[in-house]
Design a protein around this ligand. Structure first.
Ligand code: PYC
Length: 309
């Protein structure tokens, strides 16, 4: 299996160029559903240790439906599929540029939750225009065991997020274990207390948001696998901008600098969407880290990935 690895503001992406499963025809959402239903072992063997890393997101390239799209791409992590992924879209664009398949300018990618555009500025810089993002519920309070009441918004930015400013401790890299524990408890409390995204969707990401120097805000983002996002989370900050826009706290076109827990940043802005939400643009940087062939040797007891359920 041929892959190219990259990181976007610290968060790893693995683009699968060949050797992935055949997903047949149909919409991107149908093909993504097939990947999740029939090829969970493939996803885990590519993403989990010993070949991958807990924070890694896979990007499986598939033929696009529209002739003006460069590629279709299905994102997944150790816990399953992601609808969209901001950092992995930037990583995929930088990877396609590394391969000479795209050059500077505007390109379209298809994801299971809709088309997105990528503006490639240089070998390492790209802006992506995300799917329409919106807030579903404002100021939801959940009782979190060990933490007490936690209040936040439930919003969509290509994935489902609970975004809260109720912090268990300062947002600093030295507190990552405590922040992970608090967000895991919060996510479980949301589920136990019946909170979902649209159509009963699992709220699989939790964002803790706080003030910081040199940016508009800093975040800690829990991802579905239980890993934290090293980047400022493109879909998560899209969801945040939808909340700020709904509250009249950020105007269209005004830049928002979002810092991650490790200190990396994205700059975002938005335009109004057609359905009452917003269309965010996310600017960030990515670097290719490896070109590799993955081996799955017969008899390897850990071929399926360590920690894979
Ligand atoms: O950048 O959207 C993102 C993302 C989601 C999960 C990890 N990164």
């Amino acid at each position: 299996m041929r892959v190219i690895d990259s990181h976007t503001e610290g968060e790893p992406t693995r683009v699968i160029l060949s050797g992935g499963p055949e997903l047949g025809k149909g919409s991107m959402a149908e093909r993504a559903a097939r990947l999740a239903r029939d090829h969970g072992d493939f996803c885990k063997s590519v993403i989990c240790e010993p070949r991958g890393a807990e924070a890694m997101v896979g990007a499986l390239l598939v033929p696009p439906l529209r002739p003006d799209s460069v590629a279709g791409v299905i994102y997944f992590n150790a816990a399953g599929n992601l609808g969209m992924c901001g950092h992995a879209t930037i990583g995929t664009a930088i990877t396609l540029a590394h391969l000479g398949q795209i050059g500077p300018g505007r390109h379209r990618l298809e994801t299971p939750v809709g088309g997105v555009t990528v503006d490639l500025h240089s070998d390492h810089d790209a802006s992506i225009t995300n799917v329409e993002s919106y807030r579903l519920h404002k100021a939801v309070t959940v009782a979190v065991p060990g933490l007490g009441p936690v209040t936040g918004d439930i919003a969509w930015g290509g994935n489902w997020f609970f975004i809260t400013r109720d912090l268990p401790c300062a947002l600093e890299p030295g507190h990552i274990r405590q922040l992970t524990d608090a967000t895991l408890r919060t996510r479980q409390a949301l589920q136990d207390q019946g909170w979902t995204g649209k159509g009963g969707a699992w709220i699989d990401h939790v964002i803790l948001l706080g003030p910081c120097d040199g940016a508009d805000a800093r975040n800690f983002v829990l991802c579905p696998s239980g890993a934290y996002d090293r980047s400022p989370c493109g879909t998560g900050t899209s969801a945040l901008l939808a909340c700020l826009a709904a509250d009249g706290k950020l105007k269209p076109g005004t830049p928002w600098v979002q810092k991650s827990i490790i200190g990396s940043t994205y700059t975002l802005h938005y335009e109004m969407g057609e359905n009452g939400g917003i269309i965010p643009t996310i600017c960030g940087r990515a670097w290719v880290t490896a070109e590799a062939r993955l081996h799955f040797a017969p008899g390897d007891p850990y071929a399926a990935g360590i920690g894979a359920a």
